[in-house]
Design a protein around this ligand. Structure first.
Ligand code: 7GP
Length: 832
C-alpha cells in the first residue's frame, strides 16, 4: 500500500471496509440518512430530485466495498491494466446499471414503495451524461463495462465536459441546438478529487541547455498552464465483484496563474483567466466523423492525455517504479486519433523529464500504445497544422519531427528506389498546409493497429493505410465491435430477457454465445407466440414514451421500421426517405392501393452536427414529409413517420427493443462497423442492409434468408466511382425515383415552396457522393421483400428468434477477449 488519494496509510492502518446490509430495512435506513443528512431535507418536503440524488448515493454505497477492494488489490498485485484513452464516453443513465451490478433492484423497489415512492419516477429524474457523439463514445462505454465484468483491470481516461452533446429540439421542423447542462441538478455518480489535480502546460518555447554532464539537451519552457482535476466514476462489473475506475478530467485555472494577475490588482482579469482555463473542458465538440481543426479541440486532446499519463506514472504506479517496465504494467489504447498526442507526450516525459536516451524511450513508448481506427472517411482523419501545433505544443512538434525523421530513414533503407512511397508515408503532410497526420503517427507508434469490423480492417489494410500494412503486415489486426448485453438486452428488454432466461438459464448475460441455445425454439410455436407478445408489449411501451415525451402518436399494430444514428450523408437517411416518398406518391396517384400497403411506422432518430448544413436540411425534410404523411387522413394511418427529437442512449433503450426492422443502409465501404445494427439484432429485429461494416458479419451469422441484403458492394462502388458516377442517369431511367424527387421539388412537403428542399434534391441529382440514387431500386425491391416476409408472422418471428440466437458474437465481452488476445495481453485478475 502506498500513497493514494486519501493520504499516507499502511495496510495495517486501513480500517475494514464496511459492508452494506442487503435488506429492505437497511436500504431504507441508508436512503433516509442520505435524504436527511446528505440532501438536508426530510421526506415530506423532498423533491423528486432530492429523492433521486439520495437514492443514487445510497446505491453507490453498496458498490463502494467492491470498488475499494478492487483498488486495494490492484495496488498489491500491480497487474497489467488497460488504459482506455478516449475523448468520449457516452455512458447513458447510470442508475439501472448500478442497481443491476449491486443486485438491488428488488430491494430498492420495495424499500421505496414502503415510503410511498415509485422507483420509476426517480429513474426518470436522471439526466444522462451525454459525453460522446455516437458510435465511438458509446463503444468506449460498452468496453469498460465488459472489462469490469470480465475482471480485467482497466482505467478509462477522458474529459468531464461541462456540456455534453447538445440537446436537439425541432422548431418548425428544423434542428435547433440547446446546451446540454447535464450537471445542473447535481451529479451523484462522480467523486471529485481536487486535491489530486495535476498541472498541464501549454505554449511557450523550447530552449537548449547543458545537463550536469555537459550534454546539450532541449527542453520545453511552457507559456501557460492549467490544472486538471480528476473526477472518478465507478465502473461496476456484472456479478464479477470488480469495480473499475473511469477518470474524467476537468480543467481549472492554476493558482499560480490566478495569483499573478490578482497581485496586479485586476480582479476582472483574474476571473477572465479562470474562464479561459475552464473553457478547455467546457463543451464536447459535436462533430461526428468530420472534425474541425479547432485550437480548443487540440487543447482538449492534449489536456486529457497529459493529465492521464501524469496520473498513471505519478499516482497509479508505485513510487520508484522502473519505467522500463512500463509495458508490463500498462497498455494505452488510443480510441481513434483524438488521444494520439499522448505518443509525443510520453516521449517528452521519458526523454526530457526522466533523462532517458531517445532510442530507449522510443522502444518503450512503442510497446505502450495501440491504435484503433473508427472511420474510412478521408475527411475524418485528423490532421493538425504544424503552425498550430508549434504554437501550442512546441516541444511535441519537435518530437514528432524526430519520430518522422527516423521513420523516413527506415523507409528509405527499405525502399531505396521509391522516394514517392517514402513521401506518401510521411507523418508530415506538405499540402495544402504543412500538417501532422495523426493516424500515421498512431500507426508508426502503435504496437498494433485495428479496424472495428472485418471489412473495415481489410479496407484499412488495402486502402487507407495500405503502405503501412505492406511495411508492417503483422501490425494490423481486426477486432469487430460489440455491445454490452447488460445494458442493451438485460436492462433494456426485460420481457425478452425473462423469456430467454426461462428457456436457457441466465448464463447468457456474461456468456452471450449461449443464446445459441435458443435456435431450436425458433421452431416452437408457443415460444414464437410469447416472443411476439413481448415485441408487442415493447411497442406499447415506446408508444407511451413517444406520446408523453414528444406528443407523437404511433400505432403499435404496425411494422416498426427504425433508423437511428447520427445524420450523415454516407449513412443515407435520404435513401430511406426516398422510399417513403415514393410509396406516398404511388398511393396518392392511385398507382398503389392502400390495402396493399403494409402498415408501417417509420421511426427516425438523428442529430446533425450543428455546422453540417446538408444534414440539417435532411432533418427538415424528414420532418416535413412526416408532417404531410401524418396529417393526410387518406392514408388512414397506415404510413406514419415518428421522428422524436434528441435521440440519445436513454431513448435507444426503449426504441430498439420495439423494432421489427433495423435500417443499416450506408453506402458499402463507408460505415466502419456500426453498433446499433448489433443492438437491433439482439433485440429480435431483422436487418435491411448493405454489405457494409459489421452488417457483413451479421449476415454471415444469421444467414441470407434472415437478412434483407441490397445494394452495391464495395468493389462495385469503387468501380462506378472510378468510371465517373452520373446520378442523373438514374433519375432519367427510373420513373418511381423521378416521381419521388419531383414530388419533393414540387413543394408538396413545403407548403408549395419549391425552393425549400431544392438543395437536397439538387445535391442528389448532381453529386450524390454516397450513391443513394444508384441503390434506390435495389432498396425498394428489398423493402418489397420485407413486406412479403412480414405478412407471414410465423416465419418472420422465426427469423427474429434466429437473429437473437445467432447474435452472441456481438457481445462486447467477445470484443474484449479479442483485444486481450491480439493486442493487450492483460489477463483477468480476481478483485479480492
Ligand atoms: C464510429 C463509426 O462511424 C461506426 O461505424 C463505428 O461503429 C463506431 O465508430 C465504433 O467503432 N465512428 C465515430 O463515431 C467517430 O466519431 C471518428 O469516428 C473518426
Amino acid at each position: 500500500i502506498r500513497r493514494g488519494y486519501g493520504g499516507r496509510v499502511t495496510a495495517e492502518t486501513i480500517p475494514p471496509i464496511a459492508v452494506r446490509e442487503h435488506t429492505v430495512d437497511a436500504f431504507v435506513r441508508e436512503f433516509l440518512r442520505e435524504l436527511n443528512f446528505g440532501q438536508g431535507v426530510d421526506l415530506t418536503r423532498a423533491s423528486v430530485n432530492d429523492k433521486y440524488l439520495a437514492m443514487a448515493r445510497t446505491v453507490r454505497h453498496y458498490l463502494m466495498t467492491r470498488w475499494l477492494s478492487t483498488l486495494r488489490r490492484q495496488s498489491e498485485l500491480q497487474a497489467k491494466s488497460v488504459a482506455y484513452l478516449s475523448a468520449e464516453f457516452l455512458l447513458g443513465r447510470q442508475l439501472d446499471n448500478a442497481l443491476l451490478a449491486a443486485d438491488l433492484e428488488d430491494i430498492v423497489t420495495e424499500g421505496l414503495a414502503s415510503l410511498g415512492i415509485e422507483l420509476d419516477e426517480l429513474r426518470q429524474a436522471e439526466v444522462e451524461p451525454g459525453l460522446g457523439n455516437g458510435g465511438l463514445g458509446r463503444l468506449a462505454a460498452c468496453f469498460i463495462d465488459s472489462l469490469a465484468t470480465m475482471n480485467v483491470p482497466c482505467i478509462g481516461y477522458g474529459i468531464r465536459y461541462e456540456y455534453g452533446i447538445f440537446q436537439q429540439t425541432f422548431v418548425d421542423g428544423e434542428q435547433v441546438e440547446k446546451p446540454d447542462d447535464w450537471l445542473r441538478l447535481g451529479s451523484p455518480w462522480e467523486f471529485p478529487h481536487p486535491e489530486s489535480a495535476v498541472t498541464v502546460d501549454f505554449g511557450g518555447s523550447v530552449e537548449q541547455y547543458q545537463d550536469d554532464d555537459g550534454v546539450v539537451k532541449r527542453r520545453w519552457v511552457p507559456g501557460w498552464s492549467v490544472l486538471g482535476v480528476p473526477y472518478n466514476y465507478m465502473v461496476p462489473g456484472y456479478e464479477s465483484g470488480r469495480v473499475n475506475t473511469l477518470r474524467l478530467w476537468s480543467a481549472r485555472a492554476t493558482r499560480a496563474f490566478d495569483l499573478e494577475i490578482f497581485n496586479s490588482g485586476d480582479y476582472a482579469e483574474a476571473v477572465r483567466a479562470q474562464t479561459f482555463a475552464e473553457n478547455i473542458s467546457k463543451v464536447l465538440y459535436p462533430e461526428d466523423s468530420t472534425p474541425q481543426g479547432k485550437e480548443l479541440r487540440l487543447q482538449q486532446q492534449y489536456f486529457f492525455v497529459a493529465c492521464s499519463i501524469k496520473d498513471f506514472v505519478d499516482q497509479v504506479l508505485p513510487q520508484g517504479f522502473d519505467l522500463h517496465k512500463l509495458p508490463e504494467r500498462i497498455v494505452f489504447q488510443l480510441n481513434d486519433t483524438h488521444p494520439v498526442i499522448a505518443v509525443p507526450e510520453l516521449m517528452r516525459v521519458l526523454v526530457d523529464e526522466k533523462g532517458w536516451d531517445w532510442d530507449d524511450a522510443w522502444a518503450t513508448t512503442q510497446q505502450c500504445f495501440a491504435y484503433t481506427c473508427h472511420t474510412l472517411l478521408p475527411e475524418a482523419l485528423e490532421v493538425w497544422p504544424v503552425e498550430l501545433l508549434g504554437r501550442l505544443l512546441p516541444r511535441h512538434l519537435e518530437i514528432i519531427y524526430r519520430i518522422n525523421e527516423e521513420f523516413l530513414e527506415e523507409l528509405r533503407e527499405a525502399y531505396p528506389d521509391d522516394e514517392l512511397r517514402v513521401r506518401r508515408m510521411s507523418i508530415i503532410a506538405e499540402y495544402p498546409v504543412r500538417a501532422v497526420r495523426m493516424a500515421y503517427l498512431a500507426t508508426v507508434a502503435g504496437s498494433k493497429v485495428n479496424g472495428v469490423a472485418a471489412l473495415h480492417s481489410q479496407l484499412l489494410r488495402d486502402k487507407v493505410l495500405d503502405d503501412f500494412a505492406q511495411h508492417w503486415p503483422e501490425k494490423f489486426t481486426n477486432v469487430t465491435n460489440g455491445v454490452t448485453p447488460r445494458r442493451f438486452l438485460k436492462l433494456s428488454n426485460p420481457g425478452l430477457s425473462g423469456l430467454i432466461t426461462e428457456a436457457i438459464g441466465d448464463g447468457w448475460v456474461t456468456d452471450l454465445d449461449r443464446l445459441k441455445g435458443l435456435e431450436p425454439l425458433a421452431d416452437d410455436a408457443e415460444f414464437r407466440r410469447r416472443f411476439r407478445e413481448i415485441k408487442h408489449a415493447n411497442k406499447l411501451r415506446i408508444a407511451d414514451v413517444l406520446e408523453r415525451r414528444d406528443g407523437i402518436v404511433v400505432d403499435p399494430e404496425t411494422l416498426f421500421d427504425v433508423m437511428v444514428k447520427r445524420l450523415h450523408e454516407y449513412k443515407r437517411q435520404t435513401l430511406k426517405l426516398l422510399h417513403i416518398v415514393s410509396l406516398y406518391e404511388q398511393i396518392t396517384t392511385g398507382r398503389l392501393a392502400l390495402a396493399d400497403v403494409t402498415p408501417r411506422t417509420f421511426a427516425f432518430g438523428a442529430k446533425a452536427a450543428p455546422g453540417y448544413v446538408m444534414a440539417k436540411q435532411i432533418i427538415a425534410l424528414i420532418n416535413a414529409v412526416g408532417r404531410t404523411l401524418n396529417e393526410d387522413t387518406s392514408l388512414e394511418g397506415r404510413l406514419r413517420i415518428a421522428f422524436p427529437a434528441n435521440y440519445n442512449v436513454t431513448l435507444a433503450e426503449t426504441l430498439i427493443p420495439a423494432a421489427d426492422l433495423s435500417e443499416q443502409i450506408s453506402l458499402a465501404g463507408k460505415e466502419a462497423s456500426g453498433t446499433g445494427n448489433m443492438k437491433f439484432m439482439l433485440n429480435g429485429a431483422l436487418t435491411i442492409g448493405t454489405d457494409d461494416g459489421a452488417n457483413v458479419e451479421i449476415r454471415q451469422l444469421v444467414g441470407d434468408e434472415n437478412f434483407f441484403l441490397f445494394g452495391l458492394d464495395e468493389p462495385q462502388v469503387a468501380e462506378i466511382v472510378e468510371r465517373g458516377y452520373q446520378p442523373s442517369a438514374y433519375y432519367e431511367t427510373n420513373a418511381d425515383l423521378r416521381r419521388a424527387l419531383d414530388l419533393i421539388l414540387s413543394g408538396a412537403f413545403s407548403g408549395g415552396d419549391r425552393h425549400t428542399f431544392e438543395p437536397v434534391v439538387a445535391n442528389l441529382l448532381h453529386e450524390d457522393r454516397f450513391l443513394a440514387l444508384a441503390d434506390f431500386q435495389a432498396y425498394v425491391d428489398a423493402q418489397a421483400k420485407v413486406d412479403v416476409a412480414y405478412a407471414d408472422q410465423e416465419a418472420w418471428t422465426r427469423s427474429a428468434v434466429l437473429n437473437v440466437a445467432r447474435g452472441g458474437f456481438f457481445s462486447s465481452d467477445r470484443s474484449m477477449r479479442d483485444y486481450i488476445d491480439r493486442i493487450w495481453h492483460t489477463p483477468p485478475v480476481s478483485p479480492s
